[in-house]
Write a protein that binds this ligand. Structure first.
Ligand code: KQY
Length: 365
Protein backbone atom coordinates (compact mmCIF):
# COMPACT_ATOMS: atom_id res chain seq x y z
CA UNK A 1 0.00 0.00 0.00
CA UNK A 2 1.38 3.39 -0.96
CA UNK A 3 2.28 6.26 1.38
CA UNK A 4 1.26 9.38 -0.51
CA UNK A 5 3.11 12.71 -0.56
CA UNK A 6 0.13 14.75 -1.70
CA UNK A 7 -2.84 15.78 0.48
CA UNK A 8 -6.47 14.58 0.44
CA UNK A 9 -7.63 18.03 -0.66
CA UNK A 10 -5.22 18.01 -3.62
CA UNK A 11 -6.47 14.52 -4.56
CA UNK A 12 -10.20 15.20 -4.14
CA UNK A 13 -10.68 13.16 -0.92
CA UNK A 14 -12.61 14.42 2.12
CA UNK A 15 -13.36 13.13 5.59
CA UNK A 16 -17.04 12.09 5.64
CA UNK A 17 -19.17 12.86 8.68
CA UNK A 18 -19.68 10.01 11.11
CA UNK A 19 -23.41 10.00 10.31
CA UNK A 20 -22.68 9.08 6.66
CA UNK A 21 -22.80 5.39 5.70
CA UNK A 22 -20.13 3.09 7.20
CA UNK A 23 -18.48 -0.02 5.79
CA UNK A 24 -17.63 -1.01 9.36
CA UNK A 25 -16.18 -0.17 12.75
CA UNK A 26 -12.78 -0.87 14.30
CA UNK A 27 -12.18 -1.38 18.05
CA UNK A 28 -9.07 -2.36 20.08
CA UNK A 29 -9.40 -4.84 22.95
CA UNK A 30 -8.58 -3.43 26.45
CA UNK A 31 -6.06 -5.13 28.71
CA UNK A 32 -3.40 -2.87 30.23
CA UNK A 33 -3.67 -3.19 34.03
CA UNK A 34 -2.35 0.33 34.72
CA UNK A 35 -5.35 1.81 32.92
CA UNK A 36 -8.12 -0.80 33.22
CA UNK A 37 -8.96 -2.11 36.65
CA UNK A 38 -8.62 -5.78 37.50
CA UNK A 39 -6.50 -6.51 34.46
CA UNK A 40 -9.17 -5.18 32.15
CA UNK A 41 -11.75 -7.89 32.91
CA UNK A 42 -14.72 -5.59 33.70
CA UNK A 43 -13.84 -3.38 30.71
CA UNK A 44 -13.59 -6.40 28.42
CA UNK A 45 -17.16 -7.30 29.32
CA UNK A 46 -18.34 -3.86 28.20
CA UNK A 47 -16.23 -3.94 25.03
CA UNK A 48 -17.90 -7.26 24.18
CA UNK A 49 -21.25 -5.55 24.66
CA UNK A 50 -20.26 -2.56 22.49
CA UNK A 51 -18.91 -4.81 19.71
CA UNK A 52 -21.96 -7.07 19.87
CA UNK A 53 -24.40 -4.16 19.64
CA UNK A 54 -22.56 -2.42 16.79
CA UNK A 55 -22.10 -5.77 15.03
CA UNK A 56 -25.88 -6.04 14.63
CA UNK A 57 -25.75 -3.02 12.31
CA UNK A 58 -22.36 -3.09 10.56
CA UNK A 59 -19.20 -5.24 10.37
CA UNK A 60 -16.92 -4.91 13.41
CA UNK A 61 -13.20 -5.65 13.52
CA UNK A 62 -11.65 -6.16 16.97
CA UNK A 63 -7.87 -5.68 17.10
CA UNK A 64 -6.31 -7.76 19.86
CA UNK A 65 -2.78 -8.33 21.20
CA UNK A 66 -1.13 -11.72 20.82
CA UNK A 67 -1.57 -12.42 24.54
CA UNK A 68 -5.30 -11.72 24.54
CA UNK A 69 -6.22 -13.21 21.17
CA UNK A 70 -7.68 -16.50 22.45
CA UNK A 71 -9.58 -14.83 25.27
CA UNK A 72 -11.08 -12.17 23.01
CA UNK A 73 -11.98 -14.70 20.32
CA UNK A 74 -13.70 -16.81 22.97
CA UNK A 75 -15.68 -13.89 24.45
CA UNK A 76 -16.75 -12.16 21.24
CA UNK A 77 -19.60 -13.34 19.00
CA UNK A 78 -18.53 -14.97 15.75
CA UNK A 79 -19.92 -12.09 13.69
CA UNK A 80 -17.10 -9.89 15.08
CA UNK A 81 -13.86 -10.25 13.08
CA UNK A 82 -10.89 -10.62 15.45
CA UNK A 83 -7.40 -9.76 14.19
CA UNK A 84 -4.13 -9.81 16.06
CA UNK A 85 -2.59 -6.34 16.39
CA UNK A 86 0.02 -5.06 18.84
CA UNK A 87 -1.11 -1.99 20.72
CA UNK A 88 -0.39 0.15 23.77
CA UNK A 89 -4.05 0.66 24.72
CA UNK A 90 -7.53 0.61 23.27
CA UNK A 91 -8.35 4.11 21.97
CA UNK A 92 -8.62 3.52 18.23
CA UNK A 93 -10.51 6.76 17.64
CA UNK A 94 -7.36 8.54 18.69
CA UNK A 95 -4.51 6.46 17.30
CA UNK A 96 -6.28 4.86 14.33
CA UNK A 97 -6.56 6.03 10.75
CA UNK A 98 -8.94 8.84 9.83
CA UNK A 99 -10.49 7.59 6.60
CA UNK A 100 -11.24 9.90 3.69
CA UNK A 101 -13.31 9.25 0.54
CA UNK A 102 -13.66 10.68 -2.96
CA UNK A 103 -16.66 11.03 -5.27
CA UNK A 104 -15.80 7.70 -6.95
CA UNK A 105 -16.18 5.96 -3.59
CA UNK A 106 -12.46 5.28 -3.17
CA UNK A 107 -11.15 5.27 0.39
CA UNK A 108 -7.76 6.37 1.76
CA UNK A 109 -6.37 6.81 5.27
CA UNK A 110 -4.83 9.75 7.09
CA UNK A 111 -2.16 8.61 9.53
CA UNK A 112 -1.47 11.42 12.02
CA UNK A 113 1.38 11.14 14.50
CA UNK A 114 0.08 9.87 17.85
CA UNK A 115 1.87 10.79 21.10
CA UNK A 116 -0.54 9.53 23.78
CA UNK A 117 -2.29 12.89 24.26
CA UNK A 118 0.70 15.10 24.94
CA UNK A 119 3.93 13.07 24.73
CA UNK A 120 6.47 13.84 27.42
CA UNK A 121 4.69 17.08 28.34
CA UNK A 122 1.42 15.65 29.67
CA UNK A 123 0.87 12.38 27.82
CA UNK A 124 -1.06 9.60 29.54
CA UNK A 125 1.35 6.70 29.13
CA UNK A 126 4.78 5.84 27.76
CA UNK A 127 5.72 4.41 25.32
CA UNK A 128 3.11 4.79 22.59
CA UNK A 129 5.03 3.45 19.58
CA UNK A 130 2.72 0.49 18.95
CA UNK A 131 -0.34 2.75 18.97
CA UNK A 132 1.35 5.04 16.47
CA UNK A 133 1.55 2.10 14.03
CA UNK A 134 -2.17 1.22 14.26
CA UNK A 135 -3.31 3.62 11.53
CA UNK A 136 -0.96 2.15 8.95
CA UNK A 137 -2.00 -1.39 9.90
CA UNK A 138 -5.68 -0.49 9.46
CA UNK A 139 -4.92 0.94 6.01
CA UNK A 140 -3.01 -2.21 5.06
CA UNK A 141 -5.89 -4.42 6.26
CA UNK A 142 -8.31 -2.38 4.18
CA UNK A 143 -5.83 -2.25 1.25
CA UNK A 144 -6.00 1.53 1.03
CA UNK A 145 -3.23 4.06 0.44
CA UNK A 146 -2.44 6.54 3.18
CA UNK A 147 -1.13 10.00 3.96
CA UNK A 148 1.36 9.99 6.85
CA UNK A 149 2.02 13.21 8.78
CA UNK A 150 5.30 12.81 10.63
CA UNK A 151 5.25 16.40 11.85
CA UNK A 152 1.69 16.81 13.00
CA UNK A 153 0.18 15.32 16.15
CA UNK A 154 -3.55 14.70 16.23
CA UNK A 155 -6.08 12.29 17.71
CA UNK A 156 -9.30 11.39 15.93
CA UNK A 157 -11.33 12.31 19.03
CA UNK A 158 -10.12 15.88 18.82
CA UNK A 159 -11.99 16.55 15.55
CA UNK A 160 -15.58 16.28 14.35
CA UNK A 161 -16.59 17.12 10.76
CA UNK A 162 -19.98 17.80 9.22
CA UNK A 163 -18.93 16.30 5.86
CA UNK A 164 -19.70 19.62 4.16
CA UNK A 165 -16.51 21.55 4.82
CA UNK A 166 -16.66 22.27 8.55
CA UNK A 167 -14.38 20.82 11.21
CA UNK A 168 -14.93 21.42 14.91
CA UNK A 169 -12.12 21.31 17.53
CA UNK A 170 -11.30 22.77 20.95
CA UNK A 171 -8.57 25.34 21.61
CA UNK A 172 -7.78 23.55 24.87
CA UNK A 173 -6.69 20.48 22.92
CA UNK A 174 -5.40 21.63 19.55
CA UNK A 175 -3.36 24.47 21.06
CA UNK A 176 -2.04 22.40 23.98
CA UNK A 177 1.66 22.39 24.73
CA UNK A 178 2.15 18.65 24.27
CA UNK A 179 0.96 18.55 20.66
CA UNK A 180 1.91 21.06 17.96
CA UNK A 181 3.10 23.87 20.19
CA UNK A 182 5.53 25.22 17.60
CA UNK A 183 2.70 25.84 15.16
CA UNK A 184 0.40 28.86 15.09
CA UNK A 185 -3.35 28.49 15.11
CA UNK A 186 -3.40 29.47 11.41
CA UNK A 187 -0.82 26.79 10.55
CA UNK A 188 -2.87 24.19 12.41
CA UNK A 189 -6.01 25.27 10.54
CA UNK A 190 -4.16 24.87 7.26
CA UNK A 191 -3.17 21.27 8.01
CA UNK A 192 -6.72 20.38 9.14
CA UNK A 193 -8.26 21.90 6.01
CA UNK A 194 -5.77 20.16 3.67
CA UNK A 195 -6.05 16.70 5.23
CA UNK A 196 -9.80 16.67 6.01
CA UNK A 197 -10.67 18.73 2.96
CA UNK A 198 -12.49 21.41 4.94
CA UNK A 199 -12.89 25.15 4.51
CA UNK A 200 -13.77 26.26 8.00
CA UNK A 201 -12.50 25.38 11.48
CA UNK A 202 -14.78 26.05 14.48
CA UNK A 203 -12.74 26.59 17.65
CA UNK A 204 -14.73 25.81 20.81
CA UNK A 205 -12.67 27.20 23.72
CA UNK A 206 -12.74 24.20 26.10
CA UNK A 207 -13.91 20.62 26.41
CA UNK A 208 -15.34 18.72 29.40
CA UNK A 209 -13.98 19.57 32.85
CA UNK A 210 -11.15 17.24 33.92
CA UNK A 211 -10.96 15.49 30.55
CA UNK A 212 -7.48 13.97 30.46
CA UNK A 213 -7.30 14.38 26.68
CA UNK A 214 -7.00 18.16 27.11
CA UNK A 215 -10.66 18.54 26.26
CA UNK A 216 -11.36 16.49 23.15
CA UNK A 217 -14.30 17.86 21.19
CA UNK A 218 -15.89 14.39 20.93
CA UNK A 219 -16.86 14.55 24.59
CA UNK A 220 -18.19 18.10 24.35
CA UNK A 221 -19.96 18.67 21.04
CA UNK A 222 -21.05 16.63 18.01
CA UNK A 223 -22.68 17.20 14.64
CA UNK A 224 -26.13 15.58 14.41
CA UNK A 225 -26.25 16.66 10.76
CA UNK A 226 -24.87 19.68 8.91
CA UNK A 227 -25.95 22.82 10.74
CA UNK A 228 -27.15 20.96 13.87
CA UNK A 229 -25.00 20.18 16.94
CA UNK A 230 -25.44 18.70 20.44
CA UNK A 231 -23.50 20.31 23.26
CA UNK A 232 -22.72 18.93 26.73
CA UNK A 233 -24.48 21.14 29.25
CA UNK A 234 -25.21 21.68 32.94
CA UNK A 235 -27.60 24.11 34.58
CA UNK A 236 -25.60 24.00 37.82
CA UNK A 237 -23.72 27.29 37.97
CA UNK A 238 -21.50 25.95 40.76
CA UNK A 239 -20.25 23.09 38.61
CA UNK A 240 -16.89 23.90 36.92
CA UNK A 241 -18.48 22.49 33.76
CA UNK A 242 -20.95 25.37 33.67
CA UNK A 243 -18.53 28.09 32.52
CA UNK A 244 -17.09 25.75 29.86
CA UNK A 245 -20.47 24.85 28.42
CA UNK A 246 -21.75 28.42 28.56
CA UNK A 247 -18.67 29.74 26.76
CA UNK A 248 -19.06 27.02 24.11
CA UNK A 249 -22.74 27.85 23.69
CA UNK A 250 -21.99 31.52 23.23
CA UNK A 251 -19.23 30.76 20.74
CA UNK A 252 -21.34 28.32 18.72
CA UNK A 253 -24.24 30.80 18.68
CA UNK A 254 -21.95 33.44 17.20
CA UNK A 255 -20.46 31.52 14.27
CA UNK A 256 -21.54 30.12 10.93
CA UNK A 257 -20.35 26.90 9.33
CA UNK A 258 -18.51 26.45 6.01
CA UNK A 259 -21.79 26.81 4.11
CA UNK A 260 -22.67 30.03 5.95
CA UNK A 261 -25.39 28.42 8.14
CA UNK A 262 -26.06 29.48 11.73
CA UNK A 263 -25.91 26.45 14.00
CA UNK A 264 -28.95 24.92 15.71
CA UNK A 265 -27.64 23.94 19.16
CA UNK A 266 -29.20 21.22 21.35
CA UNK A 267 -28.13 20.94 24.97
CA UNK A 268 -27.44 17.49 26.42
CA UNK A 269 -27.26 17.61 30.22
CA UNK A 270 -24.20 15.82 31.67
CA UNK A 271 -24.79 13.30 34.50
CA UNK A 272 -24.11 14.38 38.09
CA UNK A 273 -20.37 14.21 38.84
CA UNK A 274 -19.12 10.64 38.50
CA UNK A 275 -16.29 9.93 40.97
CA UNK A 276 -13.80 7.06 41.16
CA UNK A 277 -14.47 4.81 44.17
CA UNK A 278 -11.80 3.42 46.47
CA UNK A 279 -12.40 -0.10 45.16
CA UNK A 280 -12.06 1.06 41.56
CA UNK A 281 -8.88 2.98 42.31
CA UNK A 282 -7.32 -0.02 44.11
CA UNK A 283 -7.98 -2.21 41.08
CA UNK A 284 -5.63 -0.22 38.84
CA UNK A 285 -1.88 -0.98 38.86
CA UNK A 286 0.39 1.98 39.60
CA UNK A 287 3.04 2.49 36.95
CA UNK A 288 5.39 5.48 36.63
CA UNK A 289 4.49 7.41 33.51
CA UNK A 290 0.82 6.37 33.47
CA UNK A 291 -1.86 8.73 34.76
CA UNK A 292 -2.95 7.40 38.18
CA UNK A 293 -6.61 6.71 39.03
CA UNK A 294 -7.23 8.17 42.49
CA UNK A 295 -10.26 7.66 44.71
CA UNK A 296 -12.59 10.68 44.50
CA UNK A 297 -11.29 11.93 41.15
CA UNK A 298 -14.06 13.23 38.92
CA UNK A 299 -14.29 11.52 35.57
CA UNK A 300 -15.19 13.31 32.34
CA UNK A 301 -18.65 11.79 31.94
CA UNK A 302 -20.72 13.09 29.03
CA UNK A 303 -23.44 11.62 26.82
CA UNK A 304 -21.97 13.47 23.83
CA UNK A 305 -19.37 10.69 23.56
CA UNK A 306 -21.84 8.53 21.65
CA UNK A 307 -21.07 6.72 18.40
CA UNK A 308 -23.21 7.18 15.30
CA UNK A 309 -23.41 4.17 12.98
CA UNK A 310 -25.60 2.63 10.29
CA UNK A 311 -29.08 2.99 11.76
CA UNK A 312 -28.03 3.27 15.41
CA UNK A 313 -26.53 5.45 18.13
CA UNK A 314 -24.38 3.63 20.72
CA UNK A 315 -24.95 5.83 23.77
CA UNK A 316 -22.94 5.64 27.01
CA UNK A 317 -25.14 5.74 30.11
CA UNK A 318 -24.07 5.96 33.73
CA UNK A 319 -26.98 4.89 35.93
CA UNK A 320 -27.88 8.57 36.40
CA UNK A 321 -31.34 10.20 36.24
CA UNK A 322 -30.13 12.16 33.21
CA UNK A 323 -29.67 8.90 31.26
CA UNK A 324 -33.36 8.93 30.35
CA UNK A 325 -33.23 12.53 29.26
CA UNK A 326 -30.24 11.82 27.01
CA UNK A 327 -32.07 8.86 25.44
CA UNK A 328 -35.17 10.99 24.87
CA UNK A 329 -33.21 13.92 23.37
CA UNK A 330 -31.28 11.67 21.01
CA UNK A 331 -34.44 9.80 19.97
CA UNK A 332 -35.89 13.13 18.89
CA UNK A 333 -32.72 14.22 17.12
CA UNK A 334 -32.23 10.87 15.35
CA UNK A 335 -35.74 9.60 14.51
CA UNK A 336 -34.34 7.12 11.95
CA UNK A 337 -31.77 5.48 14.24
CA UNK A 338 -32.19 3.03 17.11
CA UNK A 339 -30.78 4.42 20.35
CA UNK A 340 -28.68 1.69 22.00
CA UNK A 341 -27.86 2.69 25.59
CA UNK A 342 -24.85 0.86 27.04
CA UNK A 343 -23.83 1.11 30.71
CA UNK A 344 -20.32 2.43 30.20
CA UNK A 345 -18.83 3.26 33.59
CA UNK A 346 -16.00 0.78 33.01
CA UNK A 347 -14.96 2.59 29.81
CA UNK A 348 -15.17 5.92 31.60
CA UNK A 349 -12.86 4.56 34.30
CA UNK A 350 -10.25 4.05 31.58
CA UNK A 351 -10.47 7.72 30.60
CA UNK A 352 -12.88 7.87 27.68
CA UNK A 353 -16.09 6.48 26.33
CA UNK A 354 -17.81 4.72 23.45
CA UNK A 355 -16.83 7.25 20.80
CA UNK A 356 -13.18 7.05 21.89
CA UNK A 357 -13.04 3.27 21.44
CA UNK A 358 -14.61 3.14 17.97
CA UNK A 359 -13.38 4.25 14.54
CA UNK A 360 -15.51 4.11 11.45
CA UNK A 361 -14.53 2.86 8.03
CA UNK A 362 -16.64 4.82 5.54
CA UNK A 363 -18.59 3.03 2.85
CA UNK A 364 -17.25 3.49 -0.66
CA UNK A 365 -19.75 3.65 -3.49
O1 KQY B 1 -10.14 9.73 23.75
C1 KQY B 1 -10.08 9.45 24.90
N1 KQY B 1 -10.92 9.99 25.75
C2 KQY B 1 -9.08 8.52 25.37
C3 KQY B 1 -8.51 8.76 26.68
C4 KQY B 1 -7.36 7.88 26.89
C5 KQY B 1 -7.07 7.63 28.26
C6 KQY B 1 -5.85 6.84 28.47
N2 KQY B 1 -5.74 6.47 29.80
Amino acid sequence: MKRLNTTPKQDGFRMPAEFEKHAGTYIIWPERPDNWRLGGKPAQEVFVKVASVIGKYEPVTMCVSRGQYSNARHLLPDYVRVVEMSNDDSWIRDCGATFVVNDQGEVRGVDWTFNAWGGLVDGLYFPWDQDDKIAQKMCELERVDSYRLDDFILEGGSIHVDGEGTVMVTEECLLSEGRNSKMSREEIEKVLCEYLNCEKVLWIPNGIYNDETNGHVDNMCNFVRPGVVVLAWTDDENDPQYARSKEAYEYLSSVTDAKGRKLEIHKLLVPSPVLITKEESLGVDSVDGTLPREEGDRMAASYVNYYTGNGFIALPVFGDPNDELAIKTLKELYPDRVIEPIYAREILLGGGNIHCITQQLPAGK
